[in-house]
Design a protein around this ligand. Sequence first.
Ligand SMILES: Nc1ncnc2c1ncn2[C@@H]1O[C@H](COP(=O)(O)OP(=O)(O)OP(=O)(O)O)[C@@H](O)[C@H]1O
Ligand SMILES: [Mg+2]
Length: 222
Amino acid sequence: MSSPECIPSFEDIDIRDLSYQINDKVILQHVNFNLSKGDVLEIRGKSGAGKSTLANILAKRLPYDGQILISGTELQQISKKAYNARMLYLPQKPLIIESTLLDNILMGMPYQAERMEQALFCSLLQDVIECMPDGLQTLVSAKSLSSGETQRVCLCRAVYHARDILIFDEMLSAVDSDAKREIAARLCKFSKETNRIMICISHDEFFHEYATQTLNLKKVIV
Ligand SMILES: Nc1ncnc2c1ncn2[C@@H]1O[C@H](COP(=O)(O)OP(=O)(O)OP(=O)(O)O)[C@@H](O)[C@H]1O
Ligand SMILES: [Mg+2]
């Protein structure tokens, strides 16, 4: 079958009997869930339970057994390019480029004031920018930002580039509790109001009150 170059309309994600193993080690087994526009899924589970593996699979970065249906089309039949136009994945260790804060948010996209305002609001990045000598024009690198600042910059970038499907792997793990609570609230509100699907891997409670579904992953014992 040919790979569609675009997904004409986006409605839901249907995960059916998803399993994954590597070198005979079973990491995920019989995972099922269905998400519609406006849903927020929190993925929980102990370290090593397979959360990042599942995020990588949903981001089309790993093979799998079972089905992932994106608005009824099997993910394997959708080209990477077409899927990336709909899906944004923020990994556990996100990337900072050696350039200005602004470049780190835009990453080549044109500047739009309203979009930027929304992204800064959701990521609470304004507080960080106000402490920088040249605001958004401040030069940064992976070494010059703290882990929490790095996460907020990358989250701001993710909201600025927002797609229909947002996958966040522990993107607030290094942020302090007060900021984390506020960012989780703003981010979930944004995702629901703009009819996206948000998938958040998190070790703490901050997404729980806004999540429409919770998936508890347990280490597979064979
Ligand atoms: N390429 C690989 N080769 C072998 N084992 C792997 C590979 N990738 C992941 N694993 C194993 O799969 C299991 C799940 O890993 P994963 O990174 O998905 O866990 P996690 O739930 O995200 O954990 P954490 O909360 O620590 O981030 C772990 O036991 C890990 O060692
Ligand atoms: Mg992980």
